[in-house]
Design a protein around this ligand. Structure first.
Ligand code: UTP
Ligand code: MG
Length: 582
């Protein structure tokens, strides 16, 4: 029942709908009492041979009117109660989604996507059911059950009612026991579903890898294992759940047995009529539904409460990167001063960056190079404030980046991540992603700068070509350049290209760099690369080695120093020569 207390805010908010729905349920519960009573009266009239056609017609008319009214009321309680519960799903889903968008990279490193999806679908649905069917079964079983029992006791015989209800305490005890069992088993079932969801998501995303490595069979086996697990856990739920209905039926059976046995005696000694006994048994039949509903209620609520716990735990996860109280609203502009004493990723002791100190003037170009794993991407992530747990400070325009509103800070950047991502939308929409109101001309210009305009025109539908999930139908280089165009379109104060020219040939790289230079006068650009030609004209080049700055300067001075830069540059030049048949 805790889940109802947890959801009290929602019931309060939708008070009108719930009260209207409950009122309708109340009317239905009362109207339901009519038919058994009418049957009893008609039976007695038949027994006494006093039934006339006129009277029968009247009773039938009463039944028809009651039936019609119940039809209308049943329709409306569904509209009210189920309608409100759908709103709960919307509220929770939106909250969860907003929460997801606020969480940092670290959160997504820890969480499995399938698990998050299970929260957003399965769990929300279970909570919605609690607010819909859960409320219904509780209210309806109490109202219908209560009224039927009152009708039996007051209009027929309280003695017979007591006797017929003797099995009730057994039901109450068992229900309690089932509830506890169900809760624990539901939790396990939902967890198993999360795992399965995660597996499915990952396998479908990685299906190409699975196929090229011929791992279909193994993958199917893994899937089957998780799928079996879900079945097993749900069967465990069903095993407890299934006990409930037969228990109710057995108890109701005992009730019928008691009521017929003792009822017959009461009829014979004249304390009730035969019609009363018939009505009594019809009432008893009406009790089956509320008792079953009570069982469903437990099932729904236990499932909902397990899900509510899971969703709240997720919603309560702290947002680790957020705005300070008086954060600056303007986007940063100006020199970038980096002074990082030490940085490790959360949950990882390894020092990734150490003693990184440099200043980049506004409008200048910075090149960051170094072996794979040297810390290039990590440095960029700190600049973007994706992680905060470093010693030292990073300033832009003289102010620490933590002093800016996150939104404002990120607006200053156009970021082309190393692992680029295209949405399942048209190329146009992908480029205009962060600036949806961009004109055709702006989009085309960005694509031209990124040297992908001609490629796009080559597609049958040009800019309207829809790229499949993750842009399946494009080449790696095309996807990369569309990602670049997306960042360029923003004309950001600081453009970051993280290894973004890796999938284009040397000539295209040159074209892109030249048009960047032409179009980004006065704006800052940061480029990381493995091919040194991409950064050789930079105003400052930093060579990282195992998280430390091994060398820094401009191309000319670095070529005079003995070190990684010179070695690598000469090596790459030699390679290029060989490639061109020299
Ligand atoms: P980087 O990802 O910063 O290296 O990882 P890099 O220089 O950009 O490498 P390439 O050229 O793209 O390949 C630096 C170190 O940080 C660790 C990595 O294992 C690597 O040793 N790392 C990276 C983490 O511990 N956690 C992460 O989330 C990312
Ligand atoms: Mg990298």
């Amino acid at each position: 029942m805790k889940v109802f207390r947890d959801l009290a805010w929602f019931f309060k908010q939708e008070k009108k709908a719930y009260l209207s729905g409950i009122f309708m349920l109340f009317l239905v519960a009362i109207l339901q009492l009519l038919p058994p009573r009418v049957i009893g009266i008609v039976a007695d009239e038949i027994g006494a041979r006093t039934l006339t056609l006129g009277k029968l017609g009247l009773w039938i008319a009463v039944l028809i009117v009651a039936g019609l009214l119940m039809y209308v009321f049943r329709y409306y309680w569904r509209i009210y109660i189920f309608g409100a519960s759908v709103k709960l799903a919307r509220i929770l889903r939106t909250r969860l989604y907003e929460h997801f968008t606020k969480m940092s990279s670290h959160f997504y490193q820890r969480k499995r996507i399938g698990d998050l999806m299970a929260h957003a679908t399965n769990d929300i649905q279970a909570i919605q059911q609690t607010a819909g069917s859960g409320v219904l079964t509780l209210v309806d079983s109490l109202l219908t059950g209560g009224f039927v029992i009152i009708a039996m006791a007051t209009t027929i015989s309280w003695k017979l009612t007591l006797i017929a209800l003797l099995p009730m305490p057994i039901i109450a005890l068992l229900t309690n026991w089932y509830g506890t069992k169900l809760h624990a088993r539901f939790k396990k079932a939902q967890e198993a579903f999360s795992f399965l969801n995660d597996k499915t998501q990952e396998s479908i995303s990685g299906i190409k890898v699975i196929k090229t490595f011929g791992q279909e069979k193994e993958d199917i086996n893994d899937f089957k294992k998780l799928s079996d697990e879900v079945v097993e856990k749900n069967i465990a739920v069903a095993k407890v759940d299934s006990l409930y209905d037969p228990t109710i039926s057995a108890c109701v059976g005992i009730s019928f047995f008691l009521s017929i046995g003792f009822g017959a005696k009461f009829v014979l000694d004249g304390s009730i009529t035969l019609g009363d006994l018939i009505a009594f048994n019809t009432y008893l039949g009406l009790l089956i539904w509320p008792m079953l509903a009570f069982g469903w209620f437990f099932n729904i609520v236990e499932r909902g409460s397990a899900s509510y716990d899971r969703v709240s735990r997720l919603l309560n996860e702290k947002i680790d990167i957020k705005d300070h109280e008086h954060a600056i609203i303007e986007s940063p502009k100006g020199n970038i001063e980096v002074n990082i004493a030490k940085f490790c990723y959360p949950d990882n002791e390894k020092t990734v960056l150490k003693n990184i100190k440099f200043t980049l003037g506004q409008g200048k170009t910075l090149g960051i190079v170094g072996k794979t794993g040297a810390g290039k991407t990590s440095l960029l992530k700190l600049l973007l404030r994706e992680f905060e747990g470093y010693e030292g400070e990073i300033r832009i325009g003289g102010k620490e980046i933590k002093e800016y509103r996150l939104n404002a800070l990120r607006k200053a950047f156009g970021y082309v991540p190393q692992e680029h991502f295209l949405f399942s939308a048209s190329i146009k929409e992908n480029i205009a992603f962060a600036k949806p109101d961009a004109s055709e001309e702006e989009i085309h210009l960005a694509a031209k700068i990124a040297a992908v305009h001609d490629d796009i025109l080559g597609f049958a539908e040009g800019y309207d070509t829809v790229v499949g999930e993750r842009g399946v139908s494009l080449s790696g280089g095309q996807k990369q350049r569309i990602s670049i165009a997306r960042a360029i379109l923003l004309n950001p104060e600081i453009l970051i290209l993280d290894d973004s020219l890796s999938a284009v040939d040397a000539k295209t790289e040159e074209t892109i760099l030249a048009s960047l230079k032409e179009n980004r006068q006065g704006k800052t650009t940061i480029i990381t690369a493995h091919r040194l030609s991409a950064i050789q004209h930079a105003d400052l080049i930093i060579v990282l080695d195992e998280g430390k700055i091994a060398q820094q300067g401009v191309h000319k001075t670095l070529m005079k120093e003995d070190g990684w830069y010179k070695d690598m540059y000469l090596h790459q030049q030699l390679e290029a020569l060989v490639e061109h048949g020299g």
